[in-house]
Design a protein around this ligand. Sequence first.
Ligand code: ADP
Ligand code: MG
Length: 616
Amino acid sequence: MADIIQLLPDHVANQIAAGEVVQRPASVVKELLENAIDANASVIKLIIKDAGKTLVQVIDNGKGMSTTDARLSFERHATSKIRTADDLFHLNTKGFRGEALASIAAIAHVELKTKQENDEVGNSIVIEGSTIVSQEVVVTPKGTSISVKNLFFNIPARRNFLKSNTVELRHVFDEFHRVALAHPSISFAMYNNGSEAFNLPISNYRQRIVNIFGNKTNEKLVPVEEDTEVLKISGFVGKPEYAKKTRGEQYFFVNDRFIKSPYLNHAISSAFEGLLKSGNHPSYFLNLTVNPETIDINIHPTKTEIKFDDEHTLYALLRSAVKHSLGQFNIAPVLDFERDANLDTPYHFNNKETSTPVIEVDRSFNPFKESYASGKQTTSVKKQTSNNWDSLYVGLESKGTKTENDFSEVHFESEETTISAFADVNKIEQTKTTYQLHNKYIVSTIKSGMLVIDQHRAHQRILYEDFLKNLTIKEGVSQQLLFPLELHFSSQEIQIISQLQEDLEHTGFVFSNVSDETIEITGVPVSVPESEVSIILEQLISDVENEVPDTHFSATDLLAKSMAKSLAIKKGQSLLKDEQEHLVNKLFACKEPNVSPTNRTTFIIMSVDELDKKFI
Ligand code: ADP
Ligand code: MG
């Protein structure tokens, strides 16, 4: 039989290689940014159109390429970064496989302009689907600009396989963040569809993180530093109280290269053990420096997974370094030197002389004198009752259950108890019917037996129905804030908030400004304490990121769920008798009292029969 094996033509081989290297526009972003870094650029610009589907362009001020190199750079296995196999173990560049440009040129329209520092003019090459369309001399600044247009133009199946612009853009942002985080000593800018998305000046590591993720990130960071013979660790972990449900901000860099490592991630999680609520993930930005000879980067085409010689030691070192930092942070008292002491004094006491308190004694007071005694006592009893109601009000406020209705109801009941002669007796009987168990459950008696309510879930249900009502009738009552509240978010987070702005306004939020990184709030729903606002919005953002709502209905539903979750009374919170009762009454006034908004059981009933059986 005749021989049937043939060598594949280059352009076919390149397309096959592209399948591994270029999965989506974000892969192109990664390769081009890394090439610019390897070229020792100090300023790098990334330009994106249509989430990179139409254009990905990277402009750098690096060392540029000679005329021959410019042509050769598109050949497969053409690299200036290694020469021998041995070099693979002393890598200090991002690239070394020499296949990125060849792969990209096989599946897109590529335009390269490049000039070396001492050359008068530079070169321009246009290449489409591995075919050179033109090569000419051009006037261009020092450095390199590569535009990649119409990705997958010749592989429709791959192009159709791309996700929506929102999803692809998210991947692009992710890659950009990874590269920018690893190189704070390089200035980066990113433009998305003609507008500036990021402008990151040269800075220290902390500032770089803050510039990317927003100013509020600053207060969340705990430094981690460790220097041993095998491993140097530097960077930050997020304070446990800021941990999120999403795995969003988790970054490992090994010798300035972003890597994914479930194993090392586990080391961090275990260092956080006991500090996080279940389901929350710590954030971290950690740079590990190891001897290049002890790692193998060549195990994955995109080079995001690497093999360490001695993983166990790294695990142990990383875990103890993070633990140590968290420990220090917990022990060290937080002193706020910038706090203005005047803020702690009520306004009318400001700038007033202190005066010695005067003690007044009622010398005519005779405890045995009848009228006096009874008179005083009644007032004191009354006072106590009203104090109780006050404290109920305060308690509810801090837990966020206070709505105008609640408050009037509360007042009504309290007045009733003081007016009626039998009120006190009634009240005792009433309050006897609920009991809080382990600050988690409310136990109450009903005709058929015993009712056990999960306080957290029940409250979620109550708040959820309230919010949903306000959202649908668009009538959330809002309370004006004395001073506008300014909150900082990353631009991605701001995008999510602005998508939900209208719905948020229906719940009672009033936004006076939503800009690039800051939002200003002048009003909040009556049920929302000011101190909770940022927590609610963060929770909301993370919920949206986890469960991108497609329809308007699910967006409002998600918002109501998320806010109910943030504001509901937590497990471990002790409740006054009145609050317990109130919760029970409110729950059974709900449309679907038996399940939480996330479909979990809110209460169980144990019948007298069942109890009887237990006593046989
Ligand atoms: P690799 O980065 O693995 O070497 P690439 O295909 O990404 O492979 O690039 C091929 C070669 O082209 C590089 O080795 C480098 O010499 C050159 N090159 C690519 N991009 C740039 C750039 N922005 N500036 C200077 N040289 C570049
Ligand atoms: Mg490269």
